[in-house]
Design a protein around this ligand. Structure first.
Ligand SMILES: NC(=O)c1ccc[n+]([C@@H]2O[C@H](COP(=O)([O-])OP(=O)(O)OC[C@H]3O[C@@H](n4cnc5c(N)ncnc54)[C@H](OP(=O)(O)O)[C@@H]3O)[C@@H](O)[C@H]2O)c1
Length: 304
């Protein structure tokens, strides 16, 4: 059998194996079971499967058993290196099977994994889960996939059991790249909020009080007029500065850095943002709007 299998493989009850039962893998397997997929599971720490077995999952005796039990194996491990370690004994069993990799990693790790799967004759789709575990299984839970379209099409039904599967391109690294980009956005925004809370916290303001005001302020004042308004112009490198210039904003970043120092809170984050803004000014974008800093982010970091 090839990994393209028969049409029976695309029925809503395709057997699925799940490898990796951390907080996310556990939920993937639970949802697949609840939606009627015969589900085989494997985890290094076998005890984590006990609840799933009680719900009807079959615990594989080995990784080879897990791969052989289903036409498609979803993996949800911590890293790509763990994948190689875990699947090493299943070398021959992988031929003609499909693997869907939901580990997080980097584009180069994805390309290496594609070659690894191809050497073993396995179909391979890379993916990224864009929701936390409690949202898995909802129809609006976004899962991104990229790479082999045939694998995506063939197993769309089990993938749709987990949420809203979106195929974003045949470059296999795209799902991981979107994932890391969106996570970066999450960390940058959350860290900005935490730095802001520490700054007002230095004057005795509780994070609870501050967060109410800050979260109400954020979308109408930052997301809508700045990001939503100017983001479509980024591709044209069009940064009109008529409502405020980069020089004005770099001045604000200098104030944030100095106020943080005065108030005895950490200065690394605002100092770094100030440095990036100054770099964009040196490159000639001072009279453009703040989003011209994008020109700096597109460049490789200078090697010092
Ligand atoms: N949790 C989330 O909110 C979330 C959201 C989106 C995406 N994800 C992604 O989903 C993936 C899994 O995340 P997670 O939260 O379930 O937890 P995790 O800590 O990233 O991964 C735990 C899994 O990796 C296994 N593992 C770790 N080292 C291993 C090794 N050396 N050999 C064999 N197995 C090993 C663990 O096995 P043991 O049980 O034996 O330790 C467990 O099955 C990650 O790539 C993560 O980025 C997670």
């Amino acid at each position: 059998m090839t990994h393209h299998g028969t049409s029976a493989a695309t029925t809503p009850t395709t057997p699925v194996s799940v490898v990796g039962l951390g907080p996310m893998g556990l939920v993937l397997a639970e949802v697949l079971l609840a939606k009627g997929h015969p589900t085989t599971v494997w985890n290094r720490t076998e005890e984590r499967a006990s609840g799933l077995v009680a719900q009807g999952a079959r615990l594989a005796g080995s990784i080879t058993d897990a791969v052989s039990a289903s036409p498609v194996t979803l993996m949800c491990l911590n890293t790509y290196d763990t994948m190689y370690e875990v699947f090493a004994p299943a070398h021959d069993a992988l031929r003609g099977r499909a693997l869907v990799n939901l580990n997080s990693g980097t584009p180069q790790e994805v390309h290496a994994a594609v070659a690894w799967a191809s050497e073993r004759g396995a179909g391979y789709l890379d993916g990224a889960i864009m929701v936390p575990p409690p949202l898995v299984g909802r129809p609006d839970a976004v899962f991104l996939y990229s790479g082999d379209r045939a694998v995506f099409d063939e197993y769309r039904a089990p993938l749709a059991s987990l949420g809203d599967p979106r195929f974003i391109g045949t470059d296999p690294a795209l799902a991981v790249l979107y994932n890391t980009a969106l996570l970066h956005m999450m960390f940058a925004s959350v860290n900005g909020f935490l730095q802001a809370s520490a700054l007002v916290g230095s004057a005795g303001v509780s994070a609870a009080d501050f967060s109410k005001l800050a979260l109400d302020w954020f979308t109408p004042t930052v997301v809508d007029p700045m990001l939503a308004r100017y983001a479509p112009a980024l591709d044209e490198a069009d940064y009109p500065g008529e409502l405020g210039t980069l020089v004005m904003n770099a001045n604000a970043l200098e104030h944030i850095t100095r106020a943080s120092a005065e108030q005895g809170v950490h200065t690394d984050l605002p100092r770094l943002m100030h440095e990036v803004a100054e770099r964009a000014i040196r490159q000639g974008y001072g009279e453009h709007n703040y989003l011209a800093v994008y020109e700096v982010f597109k460049q490789a970091s200078p090697t010092s």
